[in-house]
Design a protein around this ligand. Structure first.
Ligand code: ASP
Length: 403
């Protein structure tokens, strides 16, 4: 594993915080460095997802294996999301961040956003024009399209070999480009983080410090306890090794607040540092970056309790169940881009009749919460890829032994 990169990232973090605190909002001049990095990782996402998912599906070799892989992945995603939302709710009850709070709500800061119904959201996954999905970067539609192309290639067999080889090659090229861009990770982190520190300073954070602490504690519990147990028992991997290996991706997620944007780095870290096979990671990770968001689910739980406390509403058991259900859907529906979780929070608040103005309460510090939840989102995807990969390898060994 590249130790130098880890030290450089830590150095960039420290430098960004110090520079942000010293120069305040003036540090914004370094923002272009961050934007440069962001654009570089964003430009590879669409071809990367398309090529790797097609390769992921075709390399499973048969539809049955694909179904098994999909089943395992989605089950793991759903179970961990449910735990996440529960930890979020519990953190809200333990830390009581909304009681005795007096912050003025700036209603203008929340633009009313229409959230679509569940049925329409599901239908929208099917692209009517896949080229348009690629052009607009609609990740869920690209995944749908890529899975189908992969299935098609598998069924057609020999005649489709050139198509398969093309996407194989494209995936390799994308991995290579990722390696080159990774050299810029420390610079990108500095350019993105320093302006955030400079802009927020201590004064913005202080009134809502309890929410931030509650979120931090819940995230740490989710990652350090749930993922560690899952990794040790189902992934046969020491959690320390996992955290070291996934660190570059978690750091990029933290600073960019975008799990889709972090995807190239997540793939690289899991394949090279954590030994996850390309077949598994190229299927599990792009899917996870789009539908598996434990950090976002956790945030929904915590934010609901916080807002209810602020408005003096006692949540009933039915309301809590609704939050668990709708919050999980909201985390699945949220795109892997900055601020998506906060927009989805409106859906959850509407489902249990809490005032939408509550969103304005958290809006001021959402970026900070977003950084934490995005890191958890990415670590959750990586955990899933290790566990699914271990179970697939075990199965292959068993099959080989039986032959
Ligand atoms: N920013 C998060 C992500 O990209 C989504 C969210 O806002 O919760 O994973």
């Amino acid at each position: 594993m590249n130790k130098r990169l880890i030290y450089q990232i830590i150095g960039a973090f420290v430098l960004a915080i110090v520079a942000g605190l010293i120069f305040g909002e003036q540090i914004e001049v370094v923002q272009p460095l961050g934007d440069l990095f962001l654009r570089l990782i964003q430009f590879i996402i669409v071809p990367l997802i398309l090529a790797t998912i097609i390769v992921g599906v075709t390399s499973t070799g048969d539809i049955k294996r694909l179904g098994r892989l999909g089943g395992k992945t989605v089950s793991f995603y759903l179970i961990t999301s449910f735990f996440a939302i529960t930890f979020g709710l519990l953190a809200g009850f333990v830390f009581q961040p909304g009681t005795g709070l007096d912050v003025s709500i700036e209603e203008e800061s929340v633009a009313p956003t229409e959230t679509e119904g569940v049925v329409q959201t599901l239908l929208n996954i099917i692209p009517t024009n896949p080229i348009e999905s690629l052009a607009t970067g609609n990740v869920l539609q690209i995944i749908f399209f890529a899975v189908f192309i992969g299935i098609g290639i598998t069924i057609v067999g020999d005649k489709a070999k050139p198509v398969q080889n093309f996407f194989d090659g494209l995936a390799e090229v994308m991995y290579k480009i990722t390696s080159i861009i990774m050299l810029l990770v420390p610079i990108g982190i500095f350019g993105l983080l320093a302006p955030i520190v400079g802009q927020y300073g201590i004064s913005v954070l202080l009134p809502l410090i309890k929410v931030i602490i509650a979120m931090l504690v819940a995230c740490i519990i989710h990652v350090a306890i749930l993922y560690s147990i899952a990794l040790k028992s189902f992934g046969k991997m020491s959690p320390i090794r996992f955290f070291k290996g996934i660190f570059p991706a978690a750091a990029v997620a933290f600073t960019t607040s975008s799990s889709s944007g972090t995807l190239p780095v997540t793939m690289k870290s899991t394949q090279e540092n954590l030994n996850v096979s390309k077949e598994t990671s190229s299927f599990v990770l792009p899917l996870g970056a789009t539908i598996n968001m434990d950090g976002t689910a956790l945030y929904q739980g915590l934010a609901v309790v916080f807002i209810a406390q602020y408005f003096g509403v006692d949540l009933t058991f039915t309301q809590l169940l609704t939050v668990a259900l709708v919050g999980t859907l909201a985390s699945i529906g949220a795109a892997g881009v900055p601020g998506a979780g906060m927009v989805m929070l409106m859906m959850v608040l509407t489902a249990i009749n809490l005032p939408l103005e509550g969103v304005a309460l958290v809006a001021g510090i959402d970026r900070i919460l977003d950084m934490m939840r995005t890191s958890v989102n990415v670590m959750g995807d990586a955990t899933a890829s290790i566990i699914v990969d271990t179970s697939e390898k075990k199965r292959e060994n068993q099959v080989e032994e039986a032959v």
